[in-house]
Design a protein around this ligand. Structure first.
Ligand SMILES: C[S@@+](CC[C@H](N)C(=O)[O-])C[C@H]1O[C@@H](n2cnc3c(N)ncnc32)[C@H](O)[C@@H]1O
Length: 350
């Protein structure tokens, strides 16, 4: 991982420190190290391209390519997902060892939200419940609407996908929530919100898409109000010993998943914890919910191979088909204890 990013507004004292290096070091790991380099000027006054500057340009081109891929993937696939699964684009939470029908899976997706809130200790009490929520990587707004209804909160969602933002807004209008929830296309790593806005900062299965986990967490912390709760539910790789790196087979498996789902480097839950510590966040907690999500991918695969699933898949486009083809690799990754479904929660100091 590179140097910690510059923050505007709230900046914890430890920001000047370097954070722990992400041991997986995939895709953007090396290039990202030179995120800011002053352009070097030749005596003639013409800009020369130093190697470091070239790396920086390559890295930012790579990030832009990644963002474009993510936007196109969700533009293309969100309609199909909604037809079959409804408005939540995340794993379900199951009691370990249960089998479930498609209706149960939808209930399990809601359970995932409630379990995350419970784990983070978010209060239902009228004086303590969240009033302003940001949904970072909001999909078509399933979490935003759920949280707005549950807490009577104002909720703002951001996504890279224009199709998702539009659909999220339309669904919210149809549910009579237009005055409480809103959506826009924006980057989680450069959020369009002032500092200290939200008392609940919510990221459900978007962290795995973020090419700079430090910047991601620091943006979540920046927009959080003092005392706010931050909840990240995300895909991680297994925790590593200090001297350990992922094995070549493990890297290969993750690379295939990265290619299909437009994911950059993975990190472990322990890496997230270290970053949260370096940002002076408090009450940092994490849990491995991999066994609680085990029934999910088999169910997604079954739903893709129904007649409705299959024909919609063919109509959706190549990115969606590519995503469907690597679904079994997610199951393999969980079985090999390589992929971990993690929750990380913390609080911004009051
Ligand atoms: C798997 S979907 C999860 C959607 C939603 N959280 C849910 O649970 O239904 C991942 C979401 O992350 C969003 N995303 C990925 N990278 C992002 C970024 N840099 N900025 C904003 N949103 C991003 C995608 O656009 C997509 O909406």
């Amino acid at each position: 991982m590179g140097a910690l990013p510059q923050l505007h507004g709230w900046a914890p004292p430890s920001l000047r420190l370097r954070s722990p290096r992400c041991p997986s070091r995939c895709l953007l790991g090396e290039a990202k190290r030179t995120t800011y380099v002053s352009p070097w000027r030749s005596p003639s006054g013409r800009s020369r391209c130093s190697p470091r500057f070239a790396v920086t340009k390559a890295a930012s081109a790579e990030v832009e390519g990644l963002k474009k891929g993510i936007a196109e993937l969700y533009d293309e696939s969100s309609g199909l997902w909604e037809d079959i699964w409804g408005d939540h684009m995340h794993h379900g939470f199951y009691d370990t060892g249960t089998a479930a029908s498609i209706e149960d899976h939808r209930a399990a997706q809601i359970r995932m939200i409630d379990e995350a809130l419970r784990f983070a200790g978010v209060s239902d009490a009228p004086s303590k419940k969240p009033k302003r929520v940001v949904d970072v990587g909001c999909g078509i707004g399933g979490s935003s609407r759920y949280l707005a209804k549950k807490y009577g909160a104002q909720c703002q969602g951001i996504t890279l996908s224009p199709v998702q933002a539009q659909r999220a807004q339309a669904l919210s209008v149809a549910e009579g929530l237009a005055d409480r929830v809103s959506f826009q296309v924006a980057d989680a790593l450069n959020q369009p919100f002032p500092d200290g806005q939200f008392d609940l900062v919510w990221s459900m299965e978007s962290g795995e898409h973020m090419p700079d986990k430090e910047k991601f967490l620091s943006e979540l912390a920046r927009v959080a109000a003092p005392g706010a709760t931050i909840i990240i539910v995300t895909w991680c790789h297994r925790d590593l010993l200090p001297s350990e790196t992922l094995l070549p087979d493990e890297r290969n498996l993750l690379k295939k998943i990265c290619d299909a789902y437009y994911l950059p480097s993975w990190c472990s839950a322990a890496d997230y914890v270290k970053i949260a510590q370096s940002l002076s966040l408090e009450d940092i907690k994490t849990a491995d919910w991999s066994s609680n999500v085990a029934p999910f991918w088999p169910a997604v695969i079954r739903s893709a191979f129904t007649w409705q699933g299959f024909t919609s898949l063919l109509r959706s486009g190549w990115k969606t088909i590519k995503g469907a083809l690597v679904m079994p690799l997610m199951i393999e990754g969980y079985k090999k204890n390589l992929i971990k479904f993690a929750i990380i929660t913390c609080r911004k100091p009051a």
